[in-house]
Design a protein around this ligand. Structure first.
Ligand code: NAD
Length: 502
């Protein structure tokens, strides 16, 4: 298996200039500052050094929380007119759009994803996030209420109204699989609501967060409204998660760290939204259109090398079409070309690092030992250790780790079923409840299964379709709360009731 791991020459001057800097700064209270402690950022395809990042810790977390707290009530932010906030969000979207090619190049280099995924999926998605919440900035009204209170003084009346106020300082903690998009999913509603933010990207993928914050400054985000702290989860992430000045943590990441954050939030009972892991089933019914289902499920698991929270990592296929599906699906997996995300012709890039690829390989190997059959893939690459071939496994039993744990790689299981009730039980036999897809031409099967599967999102005849209008959250251990849509904005707002005698 030959893999082109080297990146072609960068096309954008912006990405070249960014990588030419010795160390990337943090952004606190409007000041850009290079810290004395640094850590390295690598291209996962080659292992080569891309740049160095400032390593923030407790001191910088304290400073950023103080700056974000001051900015929350500063007149240039707290009293910004809704129309001005709307214009600001629009300017941010415009600037991301103007720099989308550069940001996409940086994202591919840093994360490993293909250019098509970065530029047309995630950059466009990030722009759409800001444009979506633009509309809400001028529409954050409360209600007027006439309460049934009969004991007001003679001749007086009671009236009441509600206000929607920003929740306060938000720590936005994001994972490495879709760094810029995940940051935008938090920043857009938080800024729309009038919150201030400390953005903490994953240590593996912080490059686009630095560039994004530079664009936020250029757009006119007032000093301290957004702060950027690069660094490690157990250091600066922990400092933010436990900080009494942080009112809310908006977290996307693993269920393990999500659980840990519950403990971190105890001190000041900070609000949490947790977008966590998944083990999402794709259910292919007897009447599915295989021309749609085979490539659709393949995209659902192999996109971004399977490093997607909603990845279709358990595929259940009706026994009558199982053989036909399995043949087409294994062929589709086998046809995918691995290579550097920026190299033309790559369908899949590397995994985030060799250690993660080794973990994925170890899970597949353990499954093999327990009796799983490899229909496609099942191999890493000794020369290029971050790459792992798209893998399809059969004969995986419900007790195996492959069926129960999030693999977060290009690996899925194929399991036959005979009846709808049986497959509903199989699909729900997981601690997770993030997403699912149902593939069928029957309207009633589509509705029945959509209702029966315990998952925050159910797609019918598609998988991994996202848009800012669509609320996205997880049931069971896949999380708390929702991102996107009007509900996503609610998480950044507090309700206040004002009741008065007049
Ligand atoms: P992770 O949980 O290891 O890290 C996520 C973020 O948390 C990183 O920024 C990390 O530095 C930080 N962190 C680590 N320890 C911390 C601590 N003690 N306190 C505060 N912050 C800490 O996750 P990951 O490996 O970066 O990402 C992969 C995971 O993210 C997968 O489980 C995936 O399913 C999940 N994910 C979920 C969604 C969703 O919307 N549900 C989307 C994308 C990814």
């Amino acid at each position: 298996m030959t893999i082109t791991v080297t990146a072609p020459a960068l096309k954008t001057e912006g990405a070249k200039a960014f990588l030419a800097r010795a160390v990337q700064p943090v952004w606190i209270g409007g000041d850009w500052r290079v810290l004395s402690e640094t850590f390295d950022s690598h291209d996962p395809a080659t292992g080569g050094l891309l740049t160095r990042l400032s390593r923030a810790g407790q001191d910088e977390a304290d400073e950023a929380v103080a700056a974000a707290t001051r900015a929350l009530s500063a007149p240039d932010w707290a009293q910004m007119l809704p129309a001005a906030r709307q214009a600001l969000l629009w300017r941010i979207a415009d600037l991301i759009e103007a720099h989308a090619d550069e940001l996409a190049e940086l994202e591919c280099l840093d994360q490993g994803k293909t250019y098509a995924t970065a530029r047309f999926g995630e950059l466009n998605g990030a722009i759409a996030q800001f444009r979506y919440y633009v509309g809400y900035a001028t529409k954050l009204g409360g209600q007027t209420i006439t309460p049934s209170i009969g004991y007001a003084p003679e001749g007086k009346q009671v009236m009441a109204y509600t206000r929607r106020e920003p929740v306060g300082v938000v720590a936005a903690i994001v994972p490495w699989n879709s760094p810029l998009l995940m940051a935008a999913m938090k920043l857009a509603p938080a800024l729309c609501a009038g919150c201030t933010v400390i953005l903490k990207p994953a240590e593996e993928t912080s490059l686009t967060a630095v560039r994004l914050c530079e664009l936020l400054e250029e757009a006119g985000v007032p000093a301290g409204v957004v702060n950027l702290l690069t660094g490690f989860g157990h250091e600066v992430g922990e400092a933010l998660g436990t900080h009494s000045g942080v009112a809310k943590v908006a977290f996307t990441g693993s269920t393990e760290i999500g659980r840990h954050l519950l403990g971190s939030a105890q001190g000041n009972l900070k609000k949490l939204t947790l977008e966590l892991g998944g083990k999402s089933p794709a259910i292919v019914l007897e009447d599915a259109d295989l021309a749609l289902a085979v490539p659709g499920v393949a995209r659902g698991i192999f996109g971004n090398s399977g490093q997607v929270c909603v990845a279709a990592s358990r595929v259940y296929v009706h026994r009558k079409i199982y053989d036909a599906f399995a043949e087409g699906f294994a062929k589709a997996a086998g046809a995918l070309r691995l290579g550097h995300g920026l190299a033309p012709g790559s369908d899949l890039g590397p995994l985030i690092n060799p250690a993660h690829a080794a973990r994925v390989a170890g899970m597949v190997e353990a499954g093999r030992q327990e009796g799983a059959e490899v229909l496609a893939g099942g191999q890493g690459n000794a020369e290029h250790p971050a790459f792992y071939r798209p893998t399809v496994l059969a004969h995986v039993t419900p007790d195996m780790a492959l069926m129960r744990e999030e693999i977060f790689g290009p690996v899925t299981t194929l399991t036959p079923f005979d009846h709808a009730d049986e497959v509903i039980a199989m699909a729900n036999d997981t601690e997770y409840g993030l997403a699912a897809s149902v593939w069928t031409e029957s309207l009633s099967s589509a509705h029945r299964l959509s209702a029966a599967v315990r998952a925050g999102t159910v797609w019918v005849n598609c998988h991994s379709y996202f848009s800012p209008e669509l609320p996205k959250g997880g049931m069971k251990t896949s999380g708390w709360g929702v991102e996107n849509g009007a509900q996503g904005l609610d998480n950044y707002l507090e309700n206040k009731t004002v009741c008065m005698v007049i």
